[in-house]
Design a protein around this ligand. Structure first.
Ligand SMILES: NC(=O)c1ccc[n+]([C@@H]2O[C@H](COP(=O)([O-])OP(=O)(O)OC[C@H]3O[C@@H](n4cnc5c(N)ncnc54)[C@H](OP(=O)(O)O)[C@@H]3O)[C@@H](O)[C@H]2O)c1
Ligand SMILES: *[C@@H]1O[C@H](CO)[C@@H](O)[C@H](O)[C@H]1NC(C)=O
Length: 315
Protein backbone atom coordinates (compact mmCIF):
# COMPACT_ATOMS: atom_id res chain seq x y z
CA UNK A 1 0.00 0.00 0.00
CA UNK A 2 2.68 2.48 1.07
CA UNK A 3 4.76 1.51 -1.94
CA UNK A 4 1.83 2.32 -4.21
CA UNK A 5 1.29 5.70 -2.63
CA UNK A 6 4.98 6.56 -2.92
CA UNK A 7 5.09 5.33 -6.53
CA UNK A 8 2.00 7.38 -7.46
CA UNK A 9 3.42 10.44 -5.75
CA UNK A 10 6.65 10.07 -7.75
CA UNK A 11 4.75 9.67 -11.03
CA UNK A 12 2.61 12.73 -10.29
CA UNK A 13 5.63 14.79 -9.27
CA UNK A 14 7.48 13.77 -12.44
CA UNK A 15 4.47 14.63 -14.56
CA UNK A 16 4.19 18.07 -12.96
CA UNK A 17 7.91 18.62 -13.48
CA UNK A 18 7.74 17.61 -17.14
CA UNK A 19 4.52 19.55 -17.73
CA UNK A 20 5.82 22.84 -16.39
CA UNK A 21 9.31 22.50 -17.81
CA UNK A 22 8.60 21.20 -21.29
CA UNK A 23 4.93 20.96 -22.17
CA UNK A 24 3.47 24.23 -20.98
CA UNK A 25 5.99 26.18 -23.08
CA UNK A 26 7.83 29.44 -22.58
CA UNK A 27 5.93 32.53 -21.43
CA UNK A 28 6.18 35.85 -23.25
CA UNK A 29 8.21 38.04 -20.91
CA UNK A 30 7.46 41.40 -22.46
CA UNK A 31 5.34 43.83 -20.45
CA UNK A 32 4.79 46.15 -23.44
CA UNK A 33 1.64 48.20 -23.06
CA UNK A 34 -0.79 48.32 -25.97
CA UNK A 35 -2.56 51.51 -24.87
CA UNK A 36 -3.63 53.49 -27.90
CA UNK A 37 -3.00 50.52 -30.21
CA UNK A 38 -5.60 48.70 -32.28
CA UNK A 39 -5.46 44.96 -32.94
CA UNK A 40 -7.50 42.60 -35.06
CA UNK A 41 -7.65 38.97 -33.94
CA UNK A 42 -9.45 36.55 -36.26
CA UNK A 43 -11.28 33.68 -34.57
CA UNK A 44 -11.15 35.54 -31.25
CA UNK A 45 -14.16 33.71 -29.85
CA UNK A 46 -12.37 30.56 -28.75
CA UNK A 47 -9.09 28.80 -28.04
CA UNK A 48 -5.88 30.61 -28.94
CA UNK A 49 -7.66 33.58 -30.48
CA UNK A 50 -9.61 34.27 -27.33
CA UNK A 51 -6.53 33.89 -25.11
CA UNK A 52 -4.62 36.30 -27.40
CA UNK A 53 -7.46 38.84 -27.44
CA UNK A 54 -7.67 38.69 -23.63
CA UNK A 55 -3.93 39.34 -23.30
CA UNK A 56 -4.12 42.31 -25.71
CA UNK A 57 -7.14 43.68 -23.82
CA UNK A 58 -5.23 43.41 -20.53
CA UNK A 59 -2.40 45.40 -22.13
CA UNK A 60 -4.91 48.15 -22.92
CA UNK A 61 -5.40 47.59 -26.67
CA UNK A 62 -8.53 48.25 -28.65
CA UNK A 63 -9.32 44.74 -29.90
CA UNK A 64 -11.45 43.87 -32.91
CA UNK A 65 -12.73 40.32 -32.59
CA UNK A 66 -13.17 39.24 -36.22
CA UNK A 67 -15.47 36.21 -36.01
CA UNK A 68 -18.07 34.42 -38.09
CA UNK A 69 -20.62 33.89 -35.32
CA UNK A 70 -22.04 36.96 -33.61
CA UNK A 71 -23.42 34.88 -30.78
CA UNK A 72 -20.17 33.06 -30.00
CA UNK A 73 -18.16 36.26 -30.40
CA UNK A 74 -20.35 38.25 -28.04
CA UNK A 75 -20.19 35.60 -25.34
CA UNK A 76 -16.37 35.65 -25.57
CA UNK A 77 -16.23 39.44 -25.65
CA UNK A 78 -18.32 39.68 -22.49
CA UNK A 79 -15.88 37.35 -20.77
CA UNK A 80 -12.80 39.22 -22.07
CA UNK A 81 -14.22 42.57 -20.98
CA UNK A 82 -14.98 41.22 -17.54
CA UNK A 83 -11.56 39.62 -17.05
CA UNK A 84 -9.54 42.50 -18.46
CA UNK A 85 -11.65 45.43 -17.29
CA UNK A 86 -11.23 46.80 -20.83
CA UNK A 87 -14.42 47.68 -22.71
CA UNK A 88 -12.66 48.36 -26.01
CA UNK A 89 -13.25 44.86 -27.32
CA UNK A 90 -15.52 44.91 -30.34
CA UNK A 91 -17.12 42.37 -32.63
CA UNK A 92 -16.95 42.65 -36.41
CA UNK A 93 -18.31 39.96 -38.65
CA UNK A 94 -15.79 37.99 -40.70
CA UNK A 95 -16.24 34.66 -42.43
CA UNK A 96 -12.86 33.71 -43.89
CA UNK A 97 -14.52 31.03 -46.00
CA UNK A 98 -16.05 33.75 -48.17
CA UNK A 99 -13.91 36.24 -50.08
CA UNK A 100 -16.92 38.54 -50.26
CA UNK A 101 -17.21 38.52 -46.47
CA UNK A 102 -13.50 39.35 -46.20
CA UNK A 103 -13.98 42.34 -48.51
CA UNK A 104 -17.01 43.56 -46.56
CA UNK A 105 -15.09 43.20 -43.28
CA UNK A 106 -12.11 45.17 -44.61
CA UNK A 107 -14.35 47.91 -45.96
CA UNK A 108 -16.26 48.22 -42.67
CA UNK A 109 -13.06 48.17 -40.65
CA UNK A 110 -11.27 50.78 -42.79
CA UNK A 111 -14.31 53.07 -42.64
CA UNK A 112 -14.88 52.83 -38.91
CA UNK A 113 -11.40 52.38 -37.41
CA UNK A 114 -8.64 54.91 -38.04
CA UNK A 115 -5.76 52.71 -36.81
CA UNK A 116 -4.37 49.20 -37.15
CA UNK A 117 -1.16 48.18 -35.39
CA UNK A 118 -1.55 44.42 -34.97
CA UNK A 119 -3.15 41.86 -37.24
CA UNK A 120 -3.31 38.32 -35.86
CA UNK A 121 -4.36 35.79 -38.51
CA UNK A 122 -5.42 33.11 -36.07
CA UNK A 123 -8.70 31.56 -37.22
CA UNK A 124 -8.22 28.08 -38.59
CA UNK A 125 -10.01 24.94 -39.52
CA UNK A 126 -9.28 21.37 -40.50
CA UNK A 127 -12.79 20.99 -41.82
CA UNK A 128 -13.81 18.94 -44.82
CA UNK A 129 -15.70 20.45 -47.73
CA UNK A 130 -15.33 23.63 -49.73
CA UNK A 131 -15.50 27.34 -49.01
CA UNK A 132 -18.22 29.57 -50.45
CA UNK A 133 -15.83 30.27 -53.35
CA UNK A 134 -15.20 26.60 -54.04
CA UNK A 135 -11.76 26.18 -52.49
CA UNK A 136 -10.60 23.36 -50.28
CA UNK A 137 -11.87 24.47 -46.84
CA UNK A 138 -8.57 24.40 -44.95
CA UNK A 139 -6.68 26.21 -47.70
CA UNK A 140 -9.49 28.69 -48.35
CA UNK A 141 -10.00 29.68 -44.71
CA UNK A 142 -6.54 29.26 -43.20
CA UNK A 143 -4.57 30.73 -46.09
CA UNK A 144 -6.56 32.44 -48.87
CA UNK A 145 -9.08 34.31 -46.68
CA UNK A 146 -6.26 35.65 -44.52
CA UNK A 147 -4.18 36.46 -47.62
CA UNK A 148 -6.96 38.69 -48.94
CA UNK A 149 -7.66 40.18 -45.51
CA UNK A 150 -4.00 41.10 -45.00
CA UNK A 151 -3.68 42.54 -48.51
CA UNK A 152 -6.71 44.78 -48.03
CA UNK A 153 -5.41 46.06 -44.68
CA UNK A 154 -1.77 46.48 -45.65
CA UNK A 155 -1.90 50.21 -46.44
CA UNK A 156 -3.46 50.92 -43.06
CA UNK A 157 -0.78 48.85 -41.32
CA UNK A 158 1.89 50.83 -43.21
CA UNK A 159 0.32 54.14 -42.20
CA UNK A 160 0.35 53.03 -38.56
CA UNK A 161 3.91 51.61 -38.55
CA UNK A 162 5.58 50.25 -36.53
CA UNK A 163 3.01 47.51 -36.88
CA UNK A 164 3.01 43.74 -37.07
CA UNK A 165 1.28 40.78 -38.68
CA UNK A 166 1.28 37.44 -36.85
CA UNK A 167 0.23 34.36 -38.81
CA UNK A 168 -0.75 31.38 -36.66
CA UNK A 169 0.65 28.37 -38.47
CA UNK A 170 1.52 24.95 -37.04
CA UNK A 171 4.25 22.35 -36.95
CA UNK A 172 1.81 20.48 -39.22
CA UNK A 173 3.20 22.65 -42.04
CA UNK A 174 5.79 19.85 -42.36
CA UNK A 175 3.03 17.65 -43.82
CA UNK A 176 2.18 20.20 -46.49
CA UNK A 177 3.00 20.19 -50.17
CA UNK A 178 3.44 23.18 -52.41
CA UNK A 179 1.85 21.55 -55.39
CA UNK A 180 -0.88 24.13 -55.77
CA UNK A 181 -2.54 22.58 -58.80
CA UNK A 182 -5.51 21.16 -56.93
CA UNK A 183 -7.06 23.57 -54.50
CA UNK A 184 -10.66 22.97 -55.42
CA UNK A 185 -11.13 19.44 -54.12
CA UNK A 186 -12.79 18.76 -50.81
CA UNK A 187 -10.84 16.41 -48.57
CA UNK A 188 -12.04 12.96 -47.71
CA UNK A 189 -10.65 10.79 -44.95
CA UNK A 190 -8.32 11.45 -42.07
CA UNK A 191 -5.00 11.42 -43.94
CA UNK A 192 -6.16 13.65 -46.75
CA UNK A 193 -7.58 16.08 -44.19
CA UNK A 194 -4.27 16.18 -42.36
CA UNK A 195 -2.40 16.83 -45.62
CA UNK A 196 -4.76 19.64 -46.66
CA UNK A 197 -4.38 21.19 -43.24
CA UNK A 198 -0.59 20.83 -43.55
CA UNK A 199 -0.59 22.53 -46.95
CA UNK A 200 -2.62 25.44 -45.61
CA UNK A 201 -0.18 25.81 -42.71
CA UNK A 202 2.81 25.60 -45.05
CA UNK A 203 1.25 28.44 -47.06
CA UNK A 204 0.93 30.38 -43.76
CA UNK A 205 4.69 30.06 -43.18
CA UNK A 206 5.51 31.01 -46.79
CA UNK A 207 3.06 33.93 -46.67
CA UNK A 208 4.67 35.43 -43.54
CA UNK A 209 8.04 35.05 -45.27
CA UNK A 210 7.04 36.67 -48.58
CA UNK A 211 5.21 39.45 -46.71
CA UNK A 212 8.39 40.26 -44.80
CA UNK A 213 10.33 40.46 -48.08
CA UNK A 214 7.76 42.77 -49.63
CA UNK A 215 7.51 44.92 -46.50
CA UNK A 216 11.22 45.58 -46.10
CA UNK A 217 11.84 49.18 -45.09
CA UNK A 218 8.23 49.89 -44.10
CA UNK A 219 8.50 49.12 -40.35
CA UNK A 220 5.70 46.60 -40.81
CA UNK A 221 6.97 43.13 -39.86
CA UNK A 222 5.45 39.66 -40.09
CA UNK A 223 5.97 36.36 -38.27
CA UNK A 224 4.57 32.84 -38.38
CA UNK A 225 3.98 30.83 -35.22
CA UNK A 226 3.60 27.28 -34.00
CA UNK A 227 1.69 27.62 -30.71
CA UNK A 228 2.45 24.09 -29.49
CA UNK A 229 -0.18 21.41 -29.06
CA UNK A 230 -3.09 23.13 -27.42
CA UNK A 231 -6.29 21.69 -26.01
CA UNK A 232 -9.02 23.70 -27.79
CA UNK A 233 -12.31 23.31 -29.66
CA UNK A 234 -10.22 22.39 -32.71
CA UNK A 235 -10.32 18.80 -31.47
CA UNK A 236 -14.02 18.64 -30.79
CA UNK A 237 -15.23 17.41 -34.14
CA UNK A 238 -13.44 14.07 -33.86
CA UNK A 239 -15.49 10.88 -33.99
CA UNK A 240 -16.36 9.23 -30.72
CA UNK A 241 -13.61 6.57 -30.86
CA UNK A 242 -10.88 9.05 -31.73
CA UNK A 243 -12.20 11.38 -29.06
CA UNK A 244 -11.99 8.72 -26.36
CA UNK A 245 -8.42 7.91 -27.36
CA UNK A 246 -7.43 11.49 -27.77
CA UNK A 247 -9.00 13.32 -24.83
CA UNK A 248 -6.87 11.77 -22.04
CA UNK A 249 -3.69 12.50 -24.02
CA UNK A 250 -4.77 16.06 -24.72
CA UNK A 251 -5.78 16.56 -21.12
CA UNK A 252 -2.40 15.41 -19.82
CA UNK A 253 0.02 16.63 -22.44
CA UNK A 254 -1.48 19.55 -24.35
CA UNK A 255 -1.11 23.20 -23.44
CA UNK A 256 -3.89 25.42 -22.17
CA UNK A 257 -4.96 28.15 -24.64
CA UNK A 258 -3.32 30.76 -22.37
CA UNK A 259 0.02 28.89 -22.53
CA UNK A 260 -0.33 28.22 -26.25
CA UNK A 261 -0.98 31.89 -26.99
CA UNK A 262 2.39 32.97 -25.52
CA UNK A 263 4.37 32.76 -28.77
CA UNK A 264 1.62 34.61 -30.66
CA UNK A 265 1.76 37.35 -28.01
CA UNK A 266 5.58 37.34 -28.10
CA UNK A 267 5.56 37.98 -31.86
CA UNK A 268 3.00 40.74 -31.40
CA UNK A 269 4.63 42.70 -28.56
CA UNK A 270 8.23 41.66 -27.84
CA UNK A 271 10.65 44.52 -28.45
CA UNK A 272 13.65 43.93 -30.71
CA UNK A 273 12.45 40.97 -32.79
CA UNK A 274 11.95 43.05 -35.95
CA UNK A 275 15.18 41.68 -37.40
CA UNK A 276 13.50 38.26 -37.47
CA UNK A 277 10.67 39.47 -39.70
CA UNK A 278 9.50 36.63 -41.95
CA UNK A 279 10.69 33.90 -39.62
CA UNK A 280 8.86 31.07 -37.85
CA UNK A 281 8.59 31.06 -34.04
CA UNK A 282 7.82 28.43 -31.41
CA UNK A 283 8.21 28.64 -27.63
CA UNK A 284 8.92 32.38 -27.97
CA UNK A 285 12.04 31.78 -30.08
CA UNK A 286 12.95 31.67 -33.78
CA UNK A 287 12.91 28.15 -35.17
CA UNK A 288 14.45 26.79 -38.32
CA UNK A 289 11.99 25.42 -40.87
CA UNK A 290 12.39 22.78 -43.55
CA UNK A 291 13.91 23.92 -46.88
CA UNK A 292 10.53 24.02 -48.66
CA UNK A 293 9.16 26.36 -45.97
CA UNK A 294 11.99 28.85 -46.53
CA UNK A 295 12.20 28.80 -50.31
CA UNK A 296 11.73 32.37 -51.52
CA UNK A 297 10.87 31.31 -55.07
CA UNK A 298 8.10 29.04 -53.79
CA UNK A 299 6.88 31.75 -51.42
CA UNK A 300 6.62 34.14 -54.37
CA UNK A 301 4.73 31.56 -56.42
CA UNK A 302 2.22 30.93 -53.59
CA UNK A 303 1.75 34.70 -53.36
CA UNK A 304 1.06 35.02 -57.11
CA UNK A 305 -1.39 32.11 -57.16
CA UNK A 306 -3.17 33.52 -54.10
CA UNK A 307 -3.35 36.99 -55.62
CA UNK A 308 -5.02 35.58 -58.70
CA UNK A 309 -7.44 33.32 -56.82
CA UNK A 310 -8.40 36.04 -54.34
CA UNK A 311 -9.28 38.29 -57.28
CA UNK A 312 -6.59 40.87 -56.52
CA UNK A 313 -5.09 42.39 -59.62
CA UNK A 314 -2.26 44.81 -59.79
CA UNK A 315 -3.03 47.70 -62.11
N1 LIG B 1 -4.80 23.62 -31.03
C1 LIG B 1 -3.62 23.26 -31.47
O1 LIG B 1 -2.99 22.31 -30.97
C2 LIG B 1 -2.98 24.02 -32.60
C3 LIG B 1 -1.69 23.64 -33.01
C4 LIG B 1 -1.08 24.34 -34.04
C5 LIG B 1 -1.75 25.38 -34.65
N2 LIG B 1 -3.02 25.72 -34.28
C6 LIG B 1 -3.69 26.83 -34.97
O2 LIG B 1 -4.18 27.76 -34.05
C7 LIG B 1 -5.26 28.49 -34.62
C8 LIG B 1 -6.41 28.58 -33.62
O3 LIG B 1 -6.93 27.31 -33.38
P1 LIG B 1 -7.50 26.80 -31.98
O4 LIG B 1 -6.72 25.60 -31.60
O5 LIG B 1 -7.58 27.93 -31.04
O6 LIG B 1 -8.93 26.26 -32.41
P2 LIG B 1 -10.42 26.76 -32.12
O7 LIG B 1 -10.63 26.96 -30.66
O8 LIG B 1 -11.29 25.80 -32.84
O9 LIG B 1 -10.46 28.17 -32.82
C9 LIG B 1 -10.55 28.32 -34.20
C10 LIG B 1 -11.15 29.68 -34.47
O10 LIG B 1 -11.21 29.87 -35.88
C11 LIG B 1 -12.51 30.29 -36.22
N3 LIG B 1 -12.89 29.98 -37.58
C12 LIG B 1 -12.95 28.76 -38.19
N4 LIG B 1 -13.39 28.88 -39.44
C13 LIG B 1 -13.64 30.22 -39.64
C14 LIG B 1 -14.12 30.97 -40.73
N5 LIG B 1 -14.49 30.41 -41.87
N6 LIG B 1 -14.23 32.31 -40.58
C15 LIG B 1 -13.89 32.90 -39.43
N7 LIG B 1 -13.44 32.24 -38.36
C16 LIG B 1 -13.31 30.92 -38.47
C17 LIG B 1 -13.40 29.56 -35.23
O11 LIG B 1 -14.68 30.15 -35.19
P3 LIG B 1 -15.99 29.27 -34.78
O12 LIG B 1 -15.97 29.19 -33.29
O13 LIG B 1 -17.10 30.09 -35.35
O14 LIG B 1 -15.83 27.95 -35.44
C18 LIG B 1 -12.60 29.77 -33.95
O15 LIG B 1 -12.81 31.04 -33.44
C19 LIG B 1 -5.61 27.78 -35.91
O16 LIG B 1 -5.09 28.50 -37.00
C20 LIG B 1 -4.91 26.45 -35.78
O17 LIG B 1 -4.56 25.92 -37.05
C21 LIG B 1 -3.64 25.07 -33.25
C1 LIG C 1 11.08 53.17 -39.46
O1 LIG C 1 11.46 53.38 -38.11
C2 LIG C 1 12.69 54.06 -37.97
C3 LIG C 1 13.06 54.06 -36.50
O2 LIG C 1 11.98 54.49 -35.71
C4 LIG C 1 12.55 55.45 -38.55
O3 LIG C 1 13.76 56.17 -38.43
C5 LIG C 1 12.17 55.35 -40.03
O4 LIG C 1 11.93 56.63 -40.57
C6 LIG C 1 10.91 54.48 -40.19
N1 LIG C 1 10.68 54.24 -41.61
C7 LIG C 1 9.47 54.35 -42.18
C8 LIG C 1 9.40 54.05 -43.63
O5 LIG C 1 8.47 54.66 -41.53
Amino acid sequence: MVTWIVASAIVIALYILIYYNFLSGVPCRSDTSLKGRTAIVTGANSGLGKATALDFARRGARVIAACRSKQRAEAAILDIRKKSGNNQVIYMHLDLGSLKSVRVFAETFLKSEPHLHLLVNNAGTGAVGLTADGFNAAWGVNHLGHFLLTSLLLDRLKQCAPSRIVVVSSVAHCLGRVDLTDLTSPTAGFVSRLCSYGTSKLCNVLFARELANRLEGTNVTSYSVHPGFVFTDAFCDLGIVRKLLFLPIAFLFFRTPADGAQTIIHCAVQEGIEKFSGRYFADCAVRKVSPRARDDAVARKVWEVSERLAGLHRD
